[in-house]
Design a protein around this ligand. Structure first.
Ligand code: AMP
Length: 408
């Protein structure tokens, strides 16, 4: 299927072409035709699948077909809820790119910044509102935002929204929407809570699914080093240097470890910033932008902060600490090998503390991650062999990730 086979206007087709999208991704191919017909939809897909365009293109087409009257004030006709501030900004940026030339106005309402500029924008008139839940609920309490004319509602990353405890806020917001509207919910996984939410707020929905098998695992060269925790920082510095990596995304499990690593890696001469939940909105956006522009070489992230962010051209993902949830391994390494490119994922595992995480990851992947025992720069006595784990598994040969959307 081509974009031109879909009932999209010329402006949208031109914008997509300018972005060099050759054909719709699977989630786009499955979602867009139903959304264009006005159906409610559950999209089981995650960041990297192209899900944003799958709900934005039909939404923008809706505005193309239902233009404002001449001199009519802009009113909020579409609402998109996102769990994180970064994702809200990213969606708004996508609206600008996909909707260029349609004359629409969108804005972002998020916490962590002063409310007044946001209120000013709303008063001036907005067609599409992208929001995180907390700030929007504040504005609804004081009647500063009117959602009574919303016709198109999208809830993005619903599973994460509920994981973060926003379910009551989502319900408060939905109560303010008209009953007659089109609604789409996107979620990477479908735990029962998301199913229940879908049942409450969707009408006769179509369900489409692509799942996490979409992570291009065969294009990601993975390897693992068995290394003691106290040696990890040095190993990271040596690899960044020896392998000449200009853009690395490094994952830690905790915010404290991320902060510490920024300091430690700076001692080796690498510019790094951290992105995690304790950072202000401004600091998170700055880190992300500096990384995108190549002004820092290393972005250090925790899992929650990193989900939903899209950074092009990440050469290598480092798992400085292995994730304790197996699906996060796939989420993390899926930040590389974007848009048809190849990528690398290098993991560090301290056998005393993290072996059970590694076993769980390999059980999930159904193959063993190749081990690199070449640690000469750390001294010979640092080579650690795997002891407890002796299951025989195939090595990675581009095997697919297990097709599942259930959390384990
Ligand atoms: P998303 O899952 O919406 O965050 O999109 C992930 C990345 O895929 C973004 O960088 C998009 O620009 C890109 N993308 C979305 N749709 C397509 C497409 N049809 N072809 C190529 N790249 C795409």
């Amino acid at each position: 299927m081509k974009f031109s086979d879909m009932a999209l206007c010329e402006t949208l087709l031109k914008n997509v072409e300018k972005l060099h999208y050759k054909s719709p991704t699977p989630i786009q191919e499955k979602s867009i035709p139903h959304l264009l017909l006005g159906k409610d939809l559950i999209g089981v897909a995650e960041t990297g699948s192209g899900k944003t365009a799958s709900f934005l293109l039909p939404l923008l087409q809706y505005f193309h077909l239902n233009p404002r009257e001449l001199n009519e004030k802009r009113k909020i006709k579409a609402l998109i809820l996102a769990p994180t501030r970064e994702l809200a900004h990213q969606i708004n940026d996508s609206i600008s790119r996909y909707g260029k030339g349609l004359g629409l106005k969108s804005t972002v309402i998020i916490g962590g910044v002063g409310p007044n500029p946001q209120l000013k924008e709303i008063k001036l008139g907005v067609d599409i509102l992208v929001a995180t839940t907390g700030r929007l609920v504040d504005f609804l309490r004081t009647d500063e935002v009117d959602l009574s004319l919303v016709e198109y509602f999208v809830l993005d990353e619903a599973d994460k929204m509920l994981d973060l405890g926003f379910s009551a806020d989502v319900e408060r917001i939905v109560k303010k929407l008209p009953k007659k509207r089109q609604t789409a919910i996107y979620s990477a996984t479908m735990p029962d809570r998301v199913d229940e939410l879908c049942e409450k707020i969707l009408t006769d929905p179509i369900r489409v699914e692509v799942g996490i098998q979409n992570v291009p695992i065969d294009r990601i060269e993975q390897k693992i080093y068995f290394v003691r925790t106290e040696k990890k920082e040095r190993l990271l510095a040596v690899l960044l240097d020896k392998e000449n990596i200009k853009k690395a995304l490094v994952f830690t499990r905790t915010k404290e470890a991320a902060n510490q690593l920024v300091i430690d890696i700076a001692r080796h001469g690498f510019k790094a910033l951290a992105i995690h939940g304790n950072k202000t909105n401004g600091a998170r956006m700055k880190s992300l932008n500096d990384f995108k522009k190549g002004e820092i070489e290393v972005l250090i992230a925790t899992d929650i902060a990193a989900r939903g962010i899209d950074v092009p051209d990440v050469e290598c993902v480092f798992n400085f600490e292995l994730p304790n949830e197996v699906e996060n391994y796939v989420h993390r390494i899926g930040r590389t090998a974007r848009a048809g490119k190849n990528g690398r994922a290098i993991s560090f595992c301290d056998m005393d503390e993290e072996e059970e995480y590694l076993t769980a990851i390999e059980d999930y992947l159904e193959f063993s991650i190749p081990v690199d025992e070449n640690l000469p720069y750390l001294g010979g006595n640092n080579v650690i062999k795997r002891t407890k784990h002796n299951k025989k598994r195939p090595q990675q040969k581009g095997g697919p990730v297990k097709k599942t959307n259930k959390r384990r």
